[in-house]
Design a protein around this ligand. Structure first.
Ligand SMILES: C[S@@+](CC[C@H](N)C(=O)[O-])C[C@H]1O[C@@H](n2cnc3c(N)ncnc32)[C@H](O)[C@@H]1O
Length: 325
């Protein structure tokens, strides 16, 4: 019986279960809020990747289950012994609430048997340890099979006085994990821009931004010469936009996912061919999986979807990255 640990948002557990239901002969059990263990036959990571999950953030295989922390270095040494010279990162997640990730990382990184090839945080191979009430789950795998390159799929950013909104972290997370081919300076259309967190992130990456929202923008964004604020609804803007074209279209509008896709499709003529789109699709409390899949299918009728997932910074929503053909 093979096993893997998977991570999801605590309140997205039932949607993750709905997705995993597509796999036959597997059993999922909760490990802690927002994490579970999957048991079944064969390459479970391949199977999970194959269903292209929206609500599973990260996975790692379990080759060894241990009860005592001090047993970790020896077991980790054995798992990685034949990979001398490979670039290996170490991930630790503590699901017990005691936040011992740092101690676990130190224990592994300072072990003489492992010191020769550990680096981090992102690498081709990953040694993962997840601590739960039921013990330590240790696994070694290729990073590209794990759905995200970070431990638990967790992207932590600090709030600073410059942070305009927590929403900004969603777009930062997209830029941190998905390579978008954007020129050094580019034109971006930001639908649902207020108070300006995404606009700010775009400015930092070299954009000139048309920010569309009936609400006020933060003065630090509003006063920036590279920002044009259209103070109205996106639907109105699209009627008046004229011939301006954009390299990137982002949409964080708070509205029903189907309506958001509809408005996005209406905006596509303004996006250059090959241009990228980043959209958050807001989901209802019930029926999220069905709604998300249908919304993506509608978006996919006119765009090439590159990525769709509930990111670490998404709440009741998923993020989709697509390209205009
Ligand atoms: C989650 S907030 C956007 C946060 C923003 N991305 C940031 O980083 O600061 C959602 C925004 O969508 C805007 N919105 C809702 N419906 C809209 C519409 N039809 N047209 C334009 N903006 C809309 C709201 O006014 C609100 O400011």
């Amino acid at each position: 019986m093979d096993q893997l640990v998977f991570f999801t948002r605590e309140d997205a557990w039932s949607f993750a279960m709905g997705e995993l239901g597509a796999l036959s002969g597997i059993r999922a059990a909760p490990l802690a809020p927002g994490a579970g263990i999957l048991s079944g036959q064969g390459d479970l990571a391949l199977q999970v990747n194959g269903i292209r999950p929206l609500f599973i953030r990260h996975i790692h295989p379990v080759q060894t289950h241990l009860e005592k922390e001090e047993e970790l270095p020896k077991a980790a040494g054995e798992l990685t012994a034949s990979f001398e010279g490979a670039r290996i990162a170490v991930h630790a997640v503590d699901l017990t609430g005691e936040r011992r990730e740092g101690a676990l990382l130190r224990l592994l990184l300072e072990s003489p048997a492992l010191a020769r090839f550990l680096c981090g945080p992102e690498a081709d191979f990953v040694l993962s340890v997840t601590r739960a009430q039921s013990g330590f789950y240790l696994g070694f795998s290729e990073s590209r099979t794990m759905l995200s390159p970070r431990a638990g799929g967790i992207y932590r950013y600090a709030m600073t006085p410059e942070t305009i909104s927590r929403a900004a972290f969603k777009l930062t997370e997209v830029f941190d994990r998905i390579p978008l081919a954007l020129p050094d300076s580019f034109e971006a259309l930001d639908l649902g821009a207020a108070p300006g967190g995404w606009t700010r992130v775009l400015l930092e990456r070299g954009a000139r931004v048309t920010a569309v929202d009936p609400a006020e923008l933060d003065p630090r964004v509003e006063s920036d010469g590279r920002v044009l604020h259209y103070r109205g609804l996106s639907q109105e803007y699209l009627k008046e936009a004229g011939g301006k074209t954009f390299d990137l279209l982002v949409n964080d509008m708070r509205m029903d996912a189907f309506e958001s896709v509809r408005v996005t499709r209406e905006a596509l003529p303004l996006l250059k061919s090959g241009g990228a789109l980043v959209i958050t699709l807001k989901l209802p409390e019930k029926g999220s999986l069905k709604k998300a899949r249908e919304a993506l299918s509608r978006l996919g009728e006119e765009t090439r979807i590159l990525f769709a997932r509930q990111l670490y910074h998404n709440r009741s929503e998923i993020t989709c990255v697509a390209e205009k053909p």
